[in-house]
Design a protein around this ligand. Structure first.
Ligand SMILES: *Cc1c(COP(=O)(O)O)cnc(C)c1O
Length: 359
């Protein structure tokens, strides 16, 4: 049988591992930080009607500039942004890939701060961009001084922040982002996939965009917006950045059906986001109850909780699996990560944890 090693694959891809979150279908799936609430039925009907209308002209290529969608996304973000500031693709992973294709690539480097979203380094490798793992301060924080020191030492072409950070849930001060921007001539990307779950007093990096033409804030409809299966990620930045991305995107990369679905969903933003407060409540409940059980959950500004104090993460992960509950083992010693689900799913997880925790 032929294996990957037998193929004339790029040398720099040899030995790499693909993104590998286990994809199992179980009664309680709290492993990839989805919004586990289905979308409201009236919204679903509206989306279906939009898609149906679009199907009638699907013999034609879609709007290459996805203008209606960019208008809708700018309207959703507010803060004075217009369609010229917005770019979108099939999930924010594709947005990040396009950023690296335009600003990274062979001979260039991107600095990130592990533990962080595994796709950042995977997309870096896939685009031939050198991945430089920086280090965080205690408690997974990144001070302005730490960010600047890493930038001055490693001179990256791109800096990736993830705020709130996956998998730790840690927020990031705007002072760190601003200091990093001033310390580099390169691109600074803030991955805000979980922005809608941040506390109200934690401002978004969107507020830093004015006057910073090398800053990019990426967002997604996959998490708070309950739209993971539709694949829609986007970014806000200076219009010149979107012009750069036009050089690397494939023509018509966003299907007419995707555009129609996303525009229809955005017209119902308040309804789509109605569950965010409930999810935050479940997240806070996980922190409280896991603490009572003797674990060490980290404070979270997102829709998941990383918790330490687990003697044998693999064994606990497997025992939860046996009970039809899947969470995430990210190979951080002594830790596991769980997404906040519906009230019932969260209860199922916490009940199982109570049973499985020795007293
Ligand atoms: C889930 C996640 C994404 C989202 O990816 P999509 O391609 O938009 O589904 C991006 N960044 C981080 C940090 C994530 O956790």
């Amino acid at each position: 049988m032929t294996s990957l090693d037998d193929l004339p694959i790029r040398d720099d891809l040899r030995g790499m591992h693909p993104y590998g979150a286990p994809h199992l279908h179980l009664p309680v799936e709290l492993n990839v930080n989805e919004n586990t609430h289905p979308i409201p039925e009236d919204v679903a009907r509206d989306i279906i009607e939009s898609i149906a209308r679009e199907l009638l002209t699907v013999n034609r290529y879609p709007d290459r500039e996805f203008t209606a969608l960019r208008d809708a996304l700018a309207g959703y973000l507010g803060t004075g942004l217009t369609r010229d500031n917005i770019w979108a693709a099939n999930g924010s992973n594709e947005v990040l890939q396009q950023i690296l294709m335009a600003f990274g690539g062979p001979g260039r480097s991107v600095l990130g701060f592990p533990p962080t979203y595994s796709m950042h380094s995977i997309i870096a490798h896939a685009t031939g961009t050198e991945w430089i793992p920086g280090e965080r301060d205690a408690d997974y924080l990144i001070s302005p001084e730490t960010a600047v020191a890493w930038i001055e030492r490693t001179k990256p072409d791109i800096v990736f922040f993830c705020a709130p950070n996956n998998p730790t849930g840690t927020g990031l001060g705007l002072d760190t982002i601003a200091a990093a921007y001033d310390a580099t001539d390169g691109i600074v990307v803030v991955d805000e996939a979980y922005a809608e779950f941040m506390p109200d007093d934690e401002p978004s990096a969107l507020t830093l965009l004015e006057g910073r033409e090398r800053l990019i804030v990426s967002r997604t409809m996959s998490k708070a917006f309950a739209f993971a299966g539709a694949r829609l990620g986007y970014l806000a930045a200076d219009p010149a950045v979107t012009d750069a991305l036009r050089l690397v995107r494939l023509p018509y990369h966003l299907s007419a059906l995707t555009q129609a679905a996303a525009v229809a969903a955005l017209a119902h933003a308040p309804e789509m986001l109605a569950m965010v407060d409930d999810i935050k409540e479940q997240r806070d409940r996980i922190v409280v109850e896991l603490t009572e059980l003797g674990y060490h959950p980290w404070p979270s500004s997102s829709n998941f909780v990383l918790f330490g104090g687990v003697d044998d993460p693999e064994a606990l992960f497997e025992k939860l699996l046996e009970r039809g509950i899947i969470i995430r083992n990210l190979s951080i010693p002594g830790h596991l990560r769980v997404s906040a689900g519906t009230r019932a799913e969260t209860t199922a997880f916490l009940d199982a944890m109570r049973d499985l925790t020795p007293r």
